[in-house]
Design a protein around this ligand. Structure first.
Ligand code: IVH
Length: 676
């Protein structure tokens, strides 16, 4: 191919890939399979690698991130980013309608002809962003900042797949579009689950997580966080229509993600109906909203109404009520987790809230206590936001007793009295006594025996506690020293359960290396990274011999994980535990079988597993797919290659697979695929 031909090919591929990204991420409706998509992307990446000078600034390859922003540049907004005034009731809405009509010198009657056209939108709970497009190309993404100037987060915004890098159709040469970057509920839950697996403190809510993610320096981490973005305002000198709603619909055709729930409503009664509907239905949305935004549609009317110092007179936010109660803060106690992270907990005078009695609320960390300036014996306002644990939102200062003094944050571990530490970049305090602090030791054991780790289900949390208190378990290696005679004298330990426990422990010796690596509880090493590491290093000896650089070279291992591995094994106590576990007969190298299994027979294929199987359980099937380079997915889409179907599969799944022409295979077909 000549350079010109390559250039043409790169442009064509970029366009096709963009189109497929759009169908997948904006319309949630993929047109091709994962395999086909990956092939296109791989072709483009190869051409770009060989011809770096031809990489387009809008290339879909930018989506994977990689660009590092050491310091975010501060940029002045062309149009100030104002906020909205809030309202909380129907009366507030009726007042707003009256103010709008007064401002427009309209009679406040309820004749349809004088009713205002409002656009009702969901109030997405994330962080606002202003995107500038020059000749159809995304040139800048700026956060709200203080409203006058914000941070340039363009590199990070480019990784959000629903934000178009290149527009289609007929768009103005220069304009800004504003919207909200958010983290879908499912993505947030998954992220927290992964954090839990590696003993990290869970993140508080999707909004702060989205906001924190956009401030990360490494855009490839941002890419992995699967943020999304709805757009809700078009700004510029030559926007195509005279109404906000019409402009949003036009912007949709250029490739932007505009919520399908945005609605044009005539008159305030219709607005109130919209509010009532979403107050009930918001729990079912896949993302969080904290209210509704109501905007006068007609730009001429918006202009006539103008702005106050802080917000437009032509728009208002209706905030959903989160039920709030006032109660007394009795005490703050501190919980120590498996990794030593300390979480302060507020103990409250019991109070009814949203149908349950609330006695405790999380205070997250020392910064939050400081910010709230909450003191023991204060009366505090407690709120339950949607599905999240109750939180203290503020202090009722009117009821504060002058005797209440500032909280002195715990300086020593409540469990083992070791001095707490706090790293500069972290909000959490830690107890560093990882191998002897009781909740850390017990937590590590619980993790060790858990299903995804050693899967010793005959040894539950209560038994661990009992054995720990009896001095029989001091660390995970002691589990393999347990004798039946030692167990029998324990309370509630019958012959049968003692026997089961010993057998369960024995059986765990066949658990493969990758799960043993996950089980020993190296901070930050989750299920997936343990798998990748095990397959790469093949034995613990090799792992112990690697330096940081070599560790970082392993897929899924970044600086944090590498440092954590080195730190873990730099501790002689941890090395001794590994030594003992090895002597006990645990798998510390990849079995012949696993090595033979590791391959790429299923590379590029995505499987959905459904139903009940005879030879393998679902986890085993999933593992086999991954071992052979395939991907697992929970739901059927155009990207699914095969539906691996067992008995009693749901009819909906079957229907969808048939509709999308996804091949349906049995357990036996699957085995044959691996044998071939
Ligand atoms: S319009 C001049 N529309 O809520 C008004 N804002 O206080 C510009 N938000 O900072 C905002 N969903 O981050 C608008 N559909 C929506 C919104 C929305 C969420 C956020 C936005 C803004 C805050 C308003």
């Amino acid at each position: 191919m000549t350079k010109a031909e390559i250039k043409q090919k790169i442009e064509k591929l970029s366009k096709i890939i963009d189109e497929h990204n759009h169908h997948y991420y904006v319309h949630d409706n993929p047109l091709i399979s994962d395999l086909e998509f990956d092939k296109l992307l791989e072709e483009l990446l190869n051409l770009e690698k060989e011809n770096p000078e031809l990489i387009l600034p809008t290339s879909p390859s930018q989506r994977v991130g990689g660009a590092i922003t050491k310091e975010f540049r501060t940029v002045k907004h062309k149009y100030p980013m104002l906020s909205l005034s809030n309202s909380y009731s129907k009366d507030d809405m009726i007042d707003f309608n009256r103010r709008v009509k007064d401002g427009l010198h309209l009679e406040n009657d309820l004749f349809a002809s004088s009713e205002i056209e409002y656009v009702c939108e969901l109030k997405f709970d994330g962080l606002s962003i202003g995107l500038t497009y020059e000749n159809g190309i995304l040139s800048q993404a700026i956060t709200r900042g203080d409203g006058v100037q914000g941070d340039d987060v363009t590199n990070n915004a480019k990784t959000i797949k629903s934000i178009p890098l290149q527009l289609k159709g007929k768009y103005p040469a220069l304009f800004e579009i504003r919207g909200e970057i958010y983290m879908p509920k499912k993505v947030f839950e998954q992220l927290n689950k992964e954090r839990e697996d590696i003993g990290e403190v869970p993140l508080a809510n999707p909004r702060n997580t989205a906001s924190g993610t956009m401030k990360m320096q490494d855009s490839s981490v941002v890419a992995s966080r699967k943020l999304d973005c709805f757009l809700y305002a078009l700004l510029g000198d030559d926007t195509p229509h005279k109404g906000h709603y019409e402009n949003l619909m036009e912007a949709k055709s250029w490739g932007f993600k505009i919520s399908e729930h945005t609605k044009l409503c005539k008159g305030i009664n219709s607005v109130i109906e919209y509010i009532d509907y979403w107050d009930k239905m918001r729990v079912d949305l896949p993302f969080e909203i904290d209210g509704i935004v109501i905007k006068v549609n007609d730009y001429k009317k918006q202009l006539q109404l103008g702005f106050t110092a802080k917000s437009p007179r032509w728009a208002i936010a209706y905030k959903f009520k989160a039920e709030q109660v006032c109660t007394k803060l009795l005490d703050i106690t501190y919980q120590v987790g498996r990794t030593g992270a300390v979480t302060p907990v507020a103990n409250l005078e019991p109070v009814q809230l949203g149908g349950t009695v609330v006695k405790r609320a999380s205070l997250h960390n020392a910064d939050i206590i400081e910010k709230l300036d909450v003191r023991i014996n204060d009366y505090v306002f407690v709120e339950k936001g949607g599905e999240i644990i109750p939180k203290i939102v503020s202090v009722n200062l009117e009821k504060r007793d002058a005797k209440n003094s500032k909280v002195l944050y715990a300086f020593e571990c409540p469990e083992c009295k070791t001095k707490l530490i706090r790293k500069e970049s972290e909000a959490q305090h830690y107890c560093p006594n990882e191998n002897f602090c009781p909740p850390q030791v017990k937590g590590k054991m619980e993790h060790f025996v858990s299903r995804k780790a050693m899967n010793i289900d005959s040894l539950g949390g209560e038994t661990i506690n009992q054995l720990y208190e009896a001095g029989l378990l001091k660390n995970i290696a002691d589990i393999y020293e347990l004798k039946k005679e030692q167990l029998l004298p324990l309370e509630r330990m019958a012959e049968k359960s003692a026997q089961n426990l010993i057998e369960g422990v024995e059986k765990s010796k066949t658990v493969p290396f990758e799960r043993v690596l996950f089980a020993i509880g190296i901070r930050h090493v989750g299920e997936t990274s343990a798998k990748k590491i095990a397959r790469k290093v093949k034995s613990i000896e090799t792992l112990l011999s690697l330096n940081k650089e070599e560790l970082v070279n392993i897929d899924e291992v970044g600086e944090t994980i590498a440092e954590s591995i080195l730190k873990h094994f730099a501790n002689p106590e941890n090395l001794e535990i590994v030594q003992k576990l090895k002597q006990a007969g645990l798998q510390f190298s990849l079995s012949e079988e696993a090595m033979a299994e590791t391959g790429d027979k299923l590379k590029g294929l995505t499987f959905v597993i459904s139903g009940v199987f005879t030879k393998y359980n679902r986890d085993q099937l999933k593992e086999m797919i991954e071992h052979n380079g395939g991907k697992n997915s929970g739901s059927i889409s155009g990207k699914t290659s095969y539906l691996l179907a067992g008995d009693n599969m749901g009819p909906e799944k079957l229907k969808k697979a048939e509709k999308l022409n996804v091949k349906i295979i049995s357990e036996e077909d699957f085995e044959k695929m691996l044998e071939e």
